[in-house]
Design a protein around this ligand. Structure first.
Ligand SMILES: [Zn+2]
Length: 99
């Protein structure tokens, strides 16, 4: 396996970390795979009652725990705009700081 720099590492789908947290979801804190600055949290968009997984730091957003990887995220602001909602965090109800 050739790994050239950080970018190549992040794009590698066989990173063991991902395997770990998908097997134990519901139990663990997951560091955001995009910015690696904060834990991804579970929240509900009040207007649509849909569950999302979002990084409080960079606002990377996912719709399933199994999809929490980089690349593969949506930008919270972009998504909320696309469904006609504001991108304020007031739109969200935080469900858990673990996912
Ligand atoms: Zn992040």
């Amino acid at each position: 396996m050739k790994v050239k720099g950080k970018g190549a590492f992040l794009l590698n789908k066989s990173v063991p970390f991902f395997t770990f947290f998908t097997e134990f979801h519901g139990e663990v804190y997951v560091i955001c795979p995009r910015c690696q600055q904060d834990d991804v949290i579970k929240a509900m968009i009040k207007a649509t009652r849909s569950i999302i997984f979002i990084c409080p730091e960079c606002e990377a957003t996912w719709f399933s725990i199994d999809e929490v990887k980089f690349p593969g995220f949506l930008d919270y602001m972009t998504y909320m705009s696309s469904i006609g909602l504001s991108h304020l965090w007031d739109e969200l109800e935080i469900i858990s700081e673990k996912i």
